[in-house]
Design a binder for this molecule. Structure first.
Ligand SMILES: [Zn+2]
Length: 364
């Protein structure tokens, strides 16, 4: 499979695609619109197909329609077969170049700091924050992380669906445990993320790996795309073809451990309706508190595959407009909504940058 079909197959695997008619005019209520436009908004987990062009993937229009200032553009190299050492690193480096080209051609920005994100919001120009889904591209070479940081990487998810055959970071949610949680390489990766100023994301890692990571990280972590293992969270199961879905949900004690360490958990798109999605956000808010929940859609923001702006039946507004409208309908206070749609991620970015600066100051 080429990279495009590989990623599309990955995105399509285990999901039920809900077709919806083309969006009409954005008709969000004034209050919803004002709430979104006066908040720095970010989707903590979004995908852009490899080789995306402006014509096939009009990202700027998609983000504006959604009401997003920024997305964490996450790329999994393990969807591409690996034949030899260096393959996945090359796939990653190619992706970075493609991402930079798409951003430039689309007239959007690359975000490398909280200040960049704030500028995107202030100037009304969307931006992408480079993220990876899995640390496979390191191929066991920790020094590549500093090179990746120099190339713009700011958010690293330790694991993905395929276990890393070279230097695994730890056990996964969906595979039989082999490592009793986080590996020594996983520990080194987290410490290096803390030192460099890269957000650490534990999505797809097992509960034991997660709890080990919380012990190691000196900075709050992200769990970018999941929901709570609860009757509300399990409401997504009938719509999801992959019967491993319950394994992908966080137990309340796991979610609370992330929150106790100051982290943020993103709610993904898998729910059958926008009202079920909003209910899943509120379910998590009620369990871990409003400071620890975010948006991690795991969708695309443009194009034909999992377009967040066309995600749910009867969705007439862009992604965040639909979600915020529904949260308001379900009586979620505006201050909580602001935290969920962006302020909480901003807090993590700030903490990551402060830890980086403190670590640099200590060495000089
Ligand atoms: Zn994922």
């Amino acid at each position: 499979m080429n990279r495009r079909s590989a990623l599309q197959a990955c995105l399509a695997a285990g999901a039920s695609f809900v077709a919806s008619p083309a969006l009409g005019k954005i008709a969000a209520s004034h209050t919803t619109h004002e709430l979104i436009t006066s908040t720095i908004t970010i989707d903590m987990h979004s995908h852009i197909p490899p080789d995306a062009t402006v014509a096939a993937f009009p990202i700027k229009a998609g983000m504006k329609q959604a009401g997003l200032d920024a997305i964490c553009a996450s790329f999994p190299v393990d969807v591409v077969p690996r034949q030899a050492e260096g393959d996945w690193y090359k796939v990653y480096l190619d992706w970075v170049q493609q991402l930079k080209k798409l951003a430039k051609d689309s007239g959007i920005r690359e975000i490398k700091s909280l200040a960049d994100l704030e500028s995107c919001h202030r100037d009304r120009i969307p931006g992408v924050l480079q993220a990876t889904e899995g640390a496979h591209f390191l191929e066991g070479r920790l020094e590549r992380l500093a090179t990746a940081y120099d190339g713009g990487l700011r958010h690293l998810q330790l694991a993905h669906s395929v276990q890393d055959p070279i230097s695994p970071t730890g056990d996964l949610q969906t595979l039989t445990p082999q490592f009793d949680g986080l590996t020594s390489f996983g520990r080194s990766v987290i410490a290096e993320c803390n030192r460099l100023g890269i957000v650490t994301d534990l999505a797809h890692s097992s509960g034991k790996t997660l709890k080990d990571a919380l012990e190691v990280s000196s900075v709050p972590i992200i769990f970018s795309h999941t929901a709570l293992l609860s009757p509300v969270g399990l409401g997504a199961v009938p719509t999801w073809a992959d019967n491993r879905l319950p394994m992908r949900l966080l137990r309340p004690d796991e979610a609370q451990a992330i929150a106790a360490a100051g982290g943020v958990i993103g709610v993904w798109h898998i729910f059958p309706t926008v009202s079920a999605y909003a209910a899943a956000i509120l379910d998590l808010v009620n369990t871990v508190g409003e400071d620890h929940v975010g948006i991690g859609s795991d969708t695309g923001i443009a194009g034909a595959i999992f377009n967040a702006n066309h995600r749910w039946p009867g969705q007439h507004n862009g992604f965040l407009h639909a979600v915020v409208g529904e949260l308001r309908k379900q009586k979620c206070p505006p201050a909580t909504i602001r935290k969920v749609i962006g302020q909480n991620y901003c807090r993590i970015l700030r903490a990551v940058e402060q830890a980086r600066d403190a670590s640099h100051a200590a060495r000089t």
